[in-house]
Design a binder for this molecule. Sequence first.
Ligand code: HEC
Ligand code: HEC
Length: 315
Amino acid sequence: MASAVDGPVGKRGSLAHALRRVLPGVGVVLAAGCAPGADGAGAGESAAAASASALPNPSAVQRVAFRVPAESEVRDTVVLASVRRGRALATFTRDSLPRHVGNGLVCTNCHQQGGTLENGMAWVGVYARFPQYRSRSGETIVIEDRINDCFKRSLNGTPLVPESRDMRDIVSYMAFLSSGYPVGAETEGQGLPKLEPLQGDSLRGASIYLMRCARCHAVGGEGTQLGPPVWGPQSFNIGAGMARVRTAATFIKHWMPQDSAGVLTAQEAFDVATYVDAHPRPDYKGKENDWPHGDPPPDAAYETDAARKKRTATR
Ligand code: HEC
Ligand code: HEC
């Protein structure tokens, strides 16, 4: 694919020309950004440029208010059945898809209330943000890849077949939660709120954990009837986002303890996150291949090959 693009560029010196040969229709987008006629554009392309200027400005990222749609907005009963089944799979993941879940968690243990709460790693609007470049994989991924990332890491399991009914239904549910969000739009309250990074202390974290968390997550981290596991063999694996202290601290600061969220200071959240993430949990095979361009976040839970190479090269 890359060589098909590279070839004509070399010969004609025009990326627009090359892309038009490879991807018919791409000229419409390019024409909007190029001076008319720069590439010998004909009359057809000026017409395309004129119609492209009616599109919204692609350089301005839209931020759209958080809105959970009502089921009554879904007109098609077959689609509605798929949306409902997708929501059920995300809520009862372990019981519904036992071959794909390798720990004691379900999707909605982390994605609050079925992914419908602002600042709770919501799935509202998420469908509009894919395809997306991710530095962890070093490439553009589609939403099925992102969902499978959480299966492989957060649920310590195995990926769904992208074309399977289970994957389609989960995607349907997310597309439903994204109704009305234009492609590429950001959602107010997506992900987790920002929290300034602090240095956590796991000794202080241990006493906070015993006082504030053990009641539901157990002294040994394996969970109780009141809360899921937070470390050990039934927890998310080392490759999961929650294994990074900053992500865990931010989640804990805003959502834990579940029955009195908000009582922890930012420092306490970092202390207890440091304590939780310091415990053993399942490994993630191939984790050293993450962030292949050598740009891991500062709180990455393991060293990657690309980062090691970069470090030795600059020594
Ligand atoms: C242990 C916690 C945990 C579990 C369980 C979990 N996830 Fe995630 N998920 C995360 C974290 C952390 C992120 C990254 C959030 C961020 O960066 O704001 C994420 C991100 C996502 C995203 C991208 C969200 C966005 O805004 O771009 C999707 C989609 C997703 N998860 C789907 C799922 C599905 C489906 C399941 C169940 C199969 C699942 N997750 C289970 C922690 C979890
Ligand atoms: C009242 C019970 C309760 C208390 C206390 C509590 N949690 Fe939780 N916690 C939960 C429940 C329940 C969930 C899953 C949320 C859901 O399913 O909606 C959860 C989810 C989590 C998760 C993400 C899922 C997982 O298991 O990895 C983490 C991490 C976590 N809690 C950490 C903590 C920490 C740290 C504390 C103490 C500061 C704490 N919790 C206090 C009940 C509790």
